[in-house]
Design a protein around this ligand. Structure first.
Ligand SMILES: [Zn+2]
Length: 499
């Protein structure tokens, strides 16, 4: 095994080759029970506490299909513009793996529940249509823990333990057709596809969609063909790439590695590859089996799945607005620039800004607070902006107080201090901290008189028509009023008194 492969610079790869991408994404469903038994599915339970004879594969145990999982599969398929099978079956995929107690995985083979769909993926304003070959139901395997080694992999480990809690949790595997023509954007298309798919899964509410916990896992297929030949090359499959950034990096790395192998005149081995997050490289896994090696056959213990058209139509009615379409709609409604929108989505603030605007705040003000002041504070604490102890309703109320002249931006920031310190509602904080702007002209007038008296030379300049000098007096008044004055009103008073 070569640990460090020779690589070709990314731009040079594209001079000689066209990349073909393929993505297989496993989505772990958030059903309360497993695919074929009633065991619970909570993440992080004590090992081997969520198991029964069925998911342990004990002789004589009979599986029963989880209807909620079928429902989720159909909704995912519909959201991906797929056909929904009138009739389909489960199949046994036979292979040995210690974390798979039955020695076969119950999956679907030539009769997937969803097929022939597509998703339009946006990259830098350009749309790529990613065709979906199939989305099928299957069960997850258990989990092997390799103990005593430095890497957590089996090499160098003292012993291995198996946790079957995950065995039998429902998965949907979504497989694309080869994605051609992405060229230099192949890494970005791969990333954008997985990101959009994740957003869709979140909007459907069918999975936790946590890549870091493995509830969405991407396998990245890549091959290169000589430029313009149109002949698909041999592909490699990089397994379990578990962040969006890694999807992009893995494609980039495999393109550079494939090109180096092909440039030497050697062949690409059809194999799985391991992705190494820390070093950003892949290493050889196992030689990829062909489908016939699994000796698939229809699962005799389960009845076929034949969703009625009425049920499918009913589920179609439950689909959420497509996340990409929703973003485009909101961007137009709010008048956000592409950059504003990218920042909003990137900060995970789309929902909370939408709620703030719905509560009556102008879009630019909602954006300003959430992506400015609040994002800065979240960043200081190393948390998501939505995890702050500030709600959309709070921000809307603070902005309403700014709009009616009770607060200026500086005072508003002190209200956020109060909210984060748990001092109550915005109104309670304004009252408690005495933050409201002084609108009493008598008090302001006295402060202006004091400032004029203390700065006779500045006052003289303004009397001579140098209005620009007013800033110094306004500053002095604001200081005396501890910032709790309307600077515009102070300016008016200064000019009234000196002109
Ligand atoms: Zn079970």
């Amino acid at each position: 095994m070569t640990m460090t492969d020779t690589l070709v610079a990314f731009d040079d790869v594209l001079a000689s080759y066209d990349p073909a991408l393929g993505l297989e994404v496993h989505v772990e469903l958030n059903t309360a029970s497993k695919m074929f038994c009633g065991c619970p599915t909570e993440f992080g339970a004590e090992p081997n506490t969520q198991v029964c004879p069925t998911c342990l594969g004990l002789p004589g145990a009979m599986p029963v299909v989880n209807v909620k999982a079928v429902e989720s599969a159909i909704r995912i398929g519909l959201a991906l513009n797929c056909e929904i099978a009138q009739w389909c079956r489960f199949a046994r995929k036979n292979y040995f793996y210690p974390d798979m107690p039955k020695n076969f995985q119950t999956s679907q083979y030539d009769e997937p529940i969803c097929f022939e769909g597509f998703m339009d993926v946006e990259v830098d304003g350009e749309t790529f249509r990613v065709e979906i070959e199939r989305a099928h139901m299957e069960e997850d395997t258990g989990k092997s823990l390799h103990v005593g080694g430095a890497t957590g992999r089996i090499h160098g480990a003292d012993h291995s333990l198996v946790d079957y809690n995950r065995a039998g949790i429902p998965l949907i595997e979504i497989v694309t057709k080869p994605i051609l023509g992405a060229g230099a954007k192949a890494p970005d298309v791969a990333r954008a596809y997985v990101a959009q798919l994740r957003d869709l899964i979140v909007a459907l509410g069918v999975s936790d969609a946590r890549m870091d916990q493995g509830s969405i896992r991407a396998d990245v297929n890549l091959s290169l063909s000589p430029k313009g030949s149109g002949v698909l090359g041999t592909r490699t499959e990089t397994k379990n790439v578990n962040s969006l950034r890694s999807v992009e990096r893995a494609v980039r790395h495999e393109m550079s590695r494939h090109a180096a192998v092909l440039d030497r005149g050697t062949k690409i081995l059809q194999e799985t590859r391991h992705w190494h997050e820390d070093t950003g490289v892949t290493t050889s896994g196992r030689e990829k089996s062909d489908a016939e090696d699994y000796r698939y056959f229809p699962e005799p213990d389960l009845v076929p799945v034949a969703p009625s058209r009425a049920w499918v139509d009913e589920l179609r009615e439950t689909l959420p607005e497509n996340p990409t379409a929703r973003r485009a709609r909101l961007q137009a409604e709010w008048g956000f620039s592409d950059l504003d929108m990218r920042d909003t989505v990137g900060a995970g603030a789309l929902d909370v800004i939408e709620q703030t605007i719905a509560a009556g705040t102008p879009p630019q003000a909602a954006r300003k607070w959430w992506l400015g002041e609040l994002a800065r504070r979240a960043n200081e604490d190393g948390i998501e902006v939505t995890a702050l102890a500030v709600t959309a309703a709070d921000v809307a109320r603070v902005q309403a107080l700014v709009d009616d002249g009770t607060l200026n931006d500086k005072l508003a920031r002190q209200v956020f201090d109060g909210l984060l310190a748990g001092e109550g509602s915005p109104d309670e904080i304004v009252a408690g901290r005495g933050l409201a702007i002084v609108s009493d002209d008598g008090a302001l007038s006295t402060a202006v008189d004091n400032a004029i008296a203390a700065n006779p030379d500045v006052a003289a300049k303004i009397r001579d028509g140098k209005v620009a000098a007013a800033g110094a007096l306004i500053g002095a008044v604001m200081k005396e009023m501890s910032g709790q004055a309307d600077a515009g009103r102070v300016r008016e008073l200064v000019l009234e008194k000196l002109q």
